[in-house]
Design a protein around this ligand. Structure first.
Ligand SMILES: Nc1ncnc2c1ncn2[C@@H]1O[C@H](COP(=O)(O)OP(=O)(O)OP(=O)(O)O)[C@@H](O)[C@H]1O
Length: 237
């Protein structure tokens, strides 16, 4: 079943065309990666899909809803990863979870979520004192506190050390195993290969590849996913 359907999406900032005819679909229960160079339009796609930005053209349905006209209903059914600045430094882990649970009509049991995501030992820790890996773990738990069907994660592992990154990958897989559809914006081909069922590569506001990471590999004779990715991006420059 298709949970996200984007057709001919257009978005400009002033005279700059950030999205120029983006078309893609995300199926229920998959981890879907969005890749592409800086400024390609990845975040703009996610912001339009989660109702944070108004597209200029095209059609967009998430869980059958229009993110612009049905934003309130949609926000009850999706989860988005917070940016670091969204939480006050002094807030404690348990306070953040309790506060975010209060935003939803049917929240998850935040105490159970804290336990499940291994945050109980940090329940009294202040946000500013958490390391990068613990912050990401908290952001994932907060993205899940509304019992969402779809979660949007934007560069979740950027800046993490290799072990925190690997731990975050396991958390993302665990999310998918619970039946949540995950949309993951990433710059890392190895991450896409390890996690994603399918990917879209966006370049200059257009989708230049959509399919499994393996399908991208077959487009290049090098046998390396990184090389296949760079060949694709270079072809479109
Ligand atoms: N609020 C804004 N005002 C003006 N231009 C913007 C705004 N947001 C994004 N842009 C521009 O739109 C283009 C697409 O930006 P977007 O953030 O979607 O790209 P991205 O692929 O997520 O990039 P990155 O990998 O660097 O995060 C870029 O050229 C960016 O500079």
């Amino acid at each position: 079943m298709t949970v996200i359907e984007i057709n001919g999406l257009q978005k400009s900032y002033g005279t700059h065309k950030a999205l120029d005819d983006v078309t893609l679909t995300v199926e229920r229960g998959e981890i879907f990666g969005i890749l592409g160079p800086n400024g390609a339009g990845k975040t703009t796609v996610v912001e339009c899909a989660s109702g944070l930005r108004k597209p200029d053209g095209g059609t967009l349905r998430v869980l059958g809803m229009d993110p612009q006209t049905q934003r309130r209903e949609l926000l009850q059914r999706i989860g988005t990863q917070l940016q670091e600045a969204a939480l006050p430094d002094a807030i404690r882990v348990n306070e953040a979870l309790k506060m975010y649970a209060s935003f939803y009509d049917k929240p998850a049991d935040w105490n159970a979520l804290m336990e499940e995501w291994g945050l109980t030992e940090k329940r009294r820790a202040r946000f500013s004192g958490l390391s990068g890996g613990w912050k990401q773990r908290l952001f994932i738990a907060l993205a899940l506190v509304g019992n969402p069907e779809v979660v949007f994660l934007d560069e979740l592992t950027t800046g993490l050390d290799p072990s925190a990154r690997r731990m975050t990958w396991n958390l993302i897989r665990a999310m998918r195993d619970r039946g949540v559809t995950v949309v993951l914006v990433t710059h890392f081909m190895d991450e896409a290969d390890a996690l994603c069922d399918r990917i879209a590569v966006i370049d200059q506001g257009r989708v230049v590849h959509q399919g499994s990471p393996g399908e991208l590999l077959t487009r290049d004779s090098s046998g390396s996913l990184d090389d296949a990715y760079f060949a694709l991006i270079e072809r479109t420059v």
